[in-house]
Design a protein. Structure first.
Length: 152
């Protein structure tokens, strides 16, 4: 099977039922995507598939073959950090940081769908769990990134 991850086509010889999370981490060595709960509840494993936030721990690899998969490793570009990553730093979002890659990917999907999200939009879209409780900072960072993208 062939997966397109961060713009690169990667042939992988795995059982199609293998969760995308384990293909990313164990087969392709893209360890930015984290294992949290294994039941799609926490969001640590969130990646984007065709722009949508997807919990990779319950997504069979075969179900995303031929689609565009983006991991945290592909969020920044040649110009540098993504506006969300810059906002995350400015708002001092990370504490332990474990959930942050999934949180950033969910936020990127939100901004693609709603470039100027309201607090209610953010609360509805960002269902990722953060044991450190940085939800207020996450919301502030998403607004900061949205404003930066609007100004650019």
């Amino acid at each position: 099977m062939e997966l397109t991850i961060n713009g690169t086509r990667s042939p992988v010889a795995v059982d199609g039922a293998m969760p995308l999370l384990w293909v990313l981490r164990d087969v392709l060595n893209l360890t930015g995507t984290k294992f949290g709960c294994g039941i799609a509840a926490c969001g640590a494993c969130t990646v984007r598939v065709n722009g949508r936030a997807v919990r990779s721990c319950v997504t069979p690899a075969a179900s995303v073959a031929g689609q565009r998969i983006q991991t945290i490793e592909g969020l920044s570009g040649p110009a540098g950090l993504h506006p969300l990553q810059q906002a995350w730093i400015a708002e001092q979002v990370p504490q332990c940081g474990y959930c942050q890659s999934g949180m950033l990917m969910a936020a990127a999907a939100l901004l693609e769908e709603k470039p100027q999200p309201t607090d209610a939009d953010i609360d509805a879209a960002i269902t990722n769990l953060c044991r450190c409780g940085t939800y207020q900072r996450v919301r502030a960072a998403i607004h900061r990134a949205a404003n930066a993208r609007r100004s650019a």
